[in-house]
Structure formats: structure tokens, C-alpha cells
Design a protein around this ligand. Structure first.
Ligand code: UDP
Length: 387
């Protein structure tokens, strides 16, 4: 008799791992497959010279959802890392998110009142130049940014970085992307507003491994290959009641309606032997358009917060954004109008697949943070168990 499973889970990333863990706990039998040779999808970390390297870009866990925070803490001990990136523009060094330190470095202001007055006048000037009307929502990212922070900050710290990141003019990008950047009138460099934040000690791969404890996982096994092999087996074929698909939704449907666009990153990772502390911070952004990378990550600072020099070497990664092509790893959905419209069409096809659940950044074509992925997976599990 061939094996029978309640769920085939395609993708061993965060969504798949949470779903599998919960279903396993509820007594359902799951098979998790992933075409790559490792667990954890794009939050995969790999230890090199005592440092957990974020192999597909930096991931900092942050949430205001106590339930999600308690949940991840079941699988890992989280350290007290607080993300405080700095941005380099020409000769200047500026703290992010935009706060009193940034305003002081840009304009020499020292008190919140001075900063508010200066910022308001920057916003007024930009609004007049653009002809923005009160109460009318900004039409694109450029208008959103100018109406939030004015021209000086927009041109030094937003425009170049964003256009490199997305490979598109800021006028062609949706406003919501920039809403991720808060503005503050305190000297607080914490990038996130969330209540809880940290990095799992030992890396994300270990955390995902714990979630998948007790679940059958097959790596280097793609969905297409599994299905093909299964079709050839006839009576011996594996049997799945439902599929949880966390890969690209357009790929699932063989691109029948056309290709959705994704942004990807090319990483150049360097081990610097004998350099204990290269840039003094985990994340340094380069906001000038002329510099081809968007940021440099120094991984050890995620974990060796107070004592980076405890380890004699360091590992850094340059991030070069680029358009996704066949064979790349997709990282970011491009949620502009064209893609959103196309995704809506795919989503209608998805609704008709009664036995398939589409989840995660790629399955739902959404710029999800990790906590939202967990929330969505837990919601999907509850809905399934109720059904
Ligand atoms: N951003 C920016 N300047 C910066 C950092 C971010 O203009 O120095 C903008 C940019 O549009 C980017 C968005 O903020 O796409 C979100 O950036 P974040 O670093 O939060 O996103 P991540 O790439 O980490 O998901």
C-alpha cells in the first residue's frame, strides 16, 4: 500500500513549517517537500566561522502580536537585538528610521519643536511644488514620500535606495511600500515600532528544524518532480488529501495567465579573516543611486551584540537588487497595479482549487513580514481544523 497523507506541504519555509507543526500536533500526517537542499526557505541561516549568516538576506523578527511572539519563543531563545540601520549618502551618515538623530545630522536641529517646524516647512514646500491637495491620497511612492518627509530626505535617503531596490521610478511604485518607514521625534534609532523584536539564538534554520521535528521532510524534491514520479507509480502513488503550496502562484498555474514579476537580490558574501568588526553595525544602507548595492550586512552583529570582537573574523554581504529571471530565487513580489491585477486573476483560479491552500509571500504574492506569515499559517490551520 502506498503512503497516504493528509497534507502535502510544498516549501519548507516559515509558512510550511508552522502549518506542518500545528497539523502534526493535531494528529494529521504531513509530507513537507522543498526543491532546495535545506530547510527554512528564505530565512535560511548557515553557520560560518561561528557566525550565523543570513543566506537570503537579513531577517529580523519583530511583532506586536503577543500570541505570535509566544509562539516563536517555543522554538528558539530570542536575543535582544534591536535593528538600528544607518544610511550612507555621499559623505554623510544618517540614522534610520527618520528620527531626531537624522534631523540633527541633516539640518542641525536639536529639539522636537525645531525638527517639527523644519519638517513641516519641507513638506509644505514639496506639497506646493507637486500641487498636492489636503485629503487626497498620494498617487504613488514619490508623492507619499514627499508628503511624509519633504524633498531633502526624499532625495538623500529614499529615492536612490528605492529605485535601486525596485528597479522602477518612484512615480511608478505604490505608496504603501514607504509606509514601512516611520518618522519619530525622539532620539530612538529602533527601526521597528513593534513591541517585540529579536534574532533566534542559533539561527533561523535551527528554529524551523524544531518546528518540523516529527514531520517527514524531503529536500531536493520539487513539486513538479514529485507529481511526475507519482503519476508514473499508478497504484503505488502517494496519496494526499490536500496540498499546501507556498511556491510562486503563477508557477503553480504554469504561467497560464502570464508571469507575475518579482524582485530578487544578488548576494556577494565575503569572509574577512582577521577583521573582527568591519562596519560596527549589522545593517548599513547605501542610498545613492550610483552605488550599485543597497546595503551591506555584517552578520555577526545580529548575535554578538555587545561583543562583536569575541570572534576574530567577520562575514559581510553586499546586496544587489535585480529583476527576477528564471532560475533565480524570488524574494519580493512587485505589488504595482499591473501585477496586482494579474494576481487577482490567479487568485480566482486558486479559489477554484478546493484542495489547495496557497500560503506565504510567494503563494499569496504579498510583501509579508515573518510575523504575518505565522499569523496567516495559524489562521489557515484553525480554518482547516474547524472544517
Ligand atoms: N527605504 C528607503 N531608504 C532606506 C531604507 C528603506 O527609501 O534607507 C524604503 C525603500 O522603498 C524600501 C522600503 O523602504 O523598499 C522598505 O525597506 P525595508 O528595509 O524596511 O524592507 P526590507 O527590504 O527589509 O523588506
Amino acid at each position: 500500500m502506498a503512503a497516504s497523507y493528509d497534507y502535502l506541504i510544498v516549501g519548507a519555509g516559515l509558512y510550511g513549517a508552522v502549518f506542518a507543526h500545528e497539523m502534526n500536533k493535531a494528529g494529521r500526517k504531513c509530507l513537507v517537500i522543498d526543491r532546495r537542499d535545506h530547510l527554512a526557505g528564505n530565512i535560511y541561516t548557515k553557520e560560518t566561522h561561528g557566525i550565523n549568516v543570513h543566506m537570503y538576506g537579513a531577517h529580523i523578527f519583530h511583532t506586536s502580536n503577543k500570541k505570535v511572539w509566544d509562539y516563536v519563543n517555543e522554538f528558539a531563545v530570542f536575543n535582544n537585538y534591536v535593528n538600528s540601520p544607518v544610511a550612507v549618502y555621499e559623505d554623510g551618515l544618517y540614522n534610520l528610521p527618520f528620527n531626531m538623530n537624522t534631523f540633527h545630522a541633516l539640518w542641525g536641529v536639536r529639539t522636537p519643536d525645531e525638527a517639527k517646524r523644519k519638517l513641516a516647512s519641507e513638506i509644505d514646500k514639496a506639497g506646493e511644488a507637486l500641487g498636492l491637495k489636503d485629503g487626497v491620497a498620494p498617487a504613488n511612492l514619490e508623492e507619499q514620500a514627499l508628503s511624509l518627509v519633504g524633498k531633502d530626505i526624499y532625495e538623500k535617503l529614499i529615492k536612490g535606495y528605492t529605485e535601486k531596490q525596485w528597479g522602477r521610478d518612484c512615480k511608478e511604485l505604490p505608496a504603501f511600500i514607504i509606509k514601512r518607514l516611520p518618522v519619530r521625534f525622539t532620539y530612538n534609532n529602533n527601526y521597528f515600532n513593534d513591541t517585540y523584536q529579536g534574532i533566534p539564538v542559533g539561527g533561523y534554520t535551527e528554529m524551523v528544524g524544531k518546528m518540523l521535528d516529527g514531520t517527514e521532510v524531503r529536500l531536493k524534491c520539487s513539486y513538479a518532480d514529485l507529481m511526475e514520479a507519482n503519476a508514473a507509480k499508478e497504484s503505488d502513488a502517494l496519496n494526499f488529501k490536500k496540498i499546501v503550496y507556498t511556491g510562486m502562484i503563477d508557477e503553480y498555474f504554469d504561467y497560464s495567465l502570464g508571469h507575475l514579476q518579482y524582485r530578487t537580490l544578488k548576494f556577494e558574501t565575503e569572509l574577512k579573516e582577521g577583521v573582527a568588526n568591519h562596519q560596527g553595525n549589522a545593517v548599513v544602507n547605501y542610498t545613492e543611486r550610483a552605488i550599485p548595492y543597497t546595503r551591506v550586512i555584517e552578520h555577526k552583529h545580529f548575535e554578538y551584540i555587545n561583543d562583536p570582537e569575541k570572534i576574530p573574523d567577520t562575514v559581510i554581504t553586499y546586496e544587489y537588487p535585480k529583476e527576477y529571471e528564471d532560475g533565480d530565487e524570488p524574494y519580493y513580489p512587485v505589488n504595482d497595479e499591473r501585477n496586482q491585477t494579474l494576481y487577482a486573476e490567479y487568485s480566482k483560479l486558486a479559489d477554484k482549487q478546493e484542495n489547495v491552500i496557497f500560503g506565504g509571500r510567494l503563494g499569496q504574492y504579498r510583501y509579508y513580514d515573518m510575523d504575518k506569515v505565522i499569523e496567516a499559517a495559524l489562521d489557515a490551520v484553525s480554518a482547516e481544523l474547524r472544517a
